[in-house]
Design a protein around this ligand. Structure first.
Ligand SMILES: O=P(O)(O)OC[C@H]1O[C@H](O)[C@H](O)[C@@H](O)[C@@H]1O
Length: 430
């Protein structure tokens, strides 16, 4: 993976990072790298995520999904980190199976989905690190009932992916369901390269060893300088731009297959770094589509943002047919890939010309190796940024607050957070 931060320098952009400041920041990167390396060596919570390429057992994952190889549809029942990593992989690469991610409890959507798919040929992966997430457990109860109603034995069609203890673990034990362990020390949003992300990928026949190999190459190359480590260059530049006023980071892959990646990155960044009044606001965008909607704001709006442009260097292509239509002949003879690349470079130049900081990330290809490399790099970048901000990257107390409030409202226990709902100030206009 290559990261080009040239358009984020103060000579090119406002806000931008002076080269001298980057050199000084590099000394902090060296210290942060030492902290990260020590955390990995001691398998400390969170840092352990960066050890996954060598600790995860792909064989065990394959064995767990093997009983479901007569199914062509997957319902992944999980939310947040228990959905987005797997969805990034299967949305990008799965050809032969349909994978649906039940990561919301919108009843109309769930109802429609369950009535549309053939439950006879569907496997269900219930994923929850904690085993207590209300949305996931509620959705699973609904899926289970739908399977019963369709005359399908759900115990034959379900595996769970969860921590050592909790409701979901009990359920697996009670019904003798295959169960994959969520590894210790790996927070949900850092679990894409564990059983949590890879089981769906294995079900979809993706080469999970190649995903891990791509990630492992980055892991082996992490060094104490941002100038040698693309992942750290990205983490450091997002931090350095943020503290200079680029509080928004628009993640804009130029590949339809990477649309979910931007969603995954949004959780990774927001939950990891959004604390103590700090953190960038991640925005999800897609090239070239959003050139025709959001780009106006990026280029001509306030200089409170950076744009991250991501693309594969190689992709399958399709020729644009020749045409004698007046004004369109310039398109004939080139390809959709050429057009997309031209749009990528034009957007990059247009942002640079307007002094809006932007960063280019390139992977070789959107394949298993490339995705392993990209996901791991973004995790390392985020952990590095957490060190630079000096926040606790691996907790999410603000999210937990809302979870408790919702549970309290549903009668799931006494939570003082639920009382805040009654204290809402109203100023209703009808
Ligand atoms: O895997 P689970 O325990 O069900 O958690 C699912 C999600 O729940 C919360 O919203 C956390 O903030 C997320 O980080 C987590 O990914």
């Amino acid at each position: 993976m290559k990261v080009d931060i040239g358009n984020a320098l103060a000579s090119e952009a406002t806000p931008g990072v002076p080269e001298g400041a980057l050199d000084r920041l590099d000394r902090r990167v060296a210290d942060a790298h030492d902290t990260i390396a020590a955390g990995r060596a001691a398998s400390t919570h969170g840092y352990e995520s960066l050890n996954l390429p060598s600790t995860v057992d792909p064989e065990a994952i394959r064995a767990a999904v093997a009983p479901f190889d007569d199914c062509d549809t997957l319902l992944n029942v999980g939310i947040g980190g228990s959905a987005l990593g797997a969805a990034t992989l299967t949305d990008a690469l799965a050809d032969d199976v349909e994978a649906y991610y039940l990561d919301n409890v919108d009843p109309e959507w769930i109802e429609d989905l369950l009535s549309e798919i053939d439950l006879e040929s569907t496997a269900v992966n219930v994923v929850s690190r904690s085993g207590t997430t209300a949305e996931t457990l509620a959705n699973f109860l609904v899926v289970r009932e739908a399977m019963d109603d369709a005359g399908v034995d759900w115990t034959e069609r379900t595996w769970v992916t969860t921590g050592e203890a909790g409701n979901l673990r009990n359920l697996a034990d009670q019904h003798d369901l295959p169960a994959l362990d969520v590894p210790d020390g790996v927070p949900g949003r850092f679990s894409a390269l564990s059983t949590v992300g890879l089981a769906a990928a294995a079900f979809a026949d993706l080469d999970i060893e190649a995903v891990l190999a791509g990630a492992g190459e980055v892991a082996d190359d992490l060094s104490g300088s941002l100038y040698d480590t693309p992942a750290y260059a990205y983490g450091a530049i997002t931090y350095a731009l943020d503290v200079r006023g680029a509080g928004v980071n628009a993640m804009m892959p130029y590949a339809e297959s990477l649309e979910t990646f931007a969603e995954w990155y949004a959780q990774l960044s927001a939950e990891s770094l959004g604390k103590d009044g700090l953190g960038q606001t991640p925005v999800r965008a897609l090239g070239a589509t959003d050139q025709h909607s959001q780009l106006q704001l990026y280029r001509a709006g306030p200089h409170d943002k950076m744009v991250t442009l991501v693309r594969p260097e190689e992709r399958a292509d399709r020729a644009i047919p020749e045409t004698d239509l007046e004004g369109l002949s310039y398109l004939g003879g080139s390809t959709l890939g050429d057009l997309l690349d031209a749009e990528f470079e034009a957007t990059e130049a247009s942002l640079a010309q307007a002094d809006l900081p932007n960063v280019r990330i390139e992977i070789d290809e959107v394949d298993e190796r490339g995705l392993g490399e990209l996901l791991y790099s973004m995790e390392a970048a985020t952990i590095l940024a957490g060190e630079l901000y000096d926040v606790d990257t691996f907790v999410q107390p603000a999210v937990e607050w809302g979870k408790k409030a919702a549970r309290g409202l549903l009668g799931g226990g006494e939570f003082e957070e639920a009382d805040a709902v009654d204290q809402k100030t109203e100023l209703v206009v009808e």
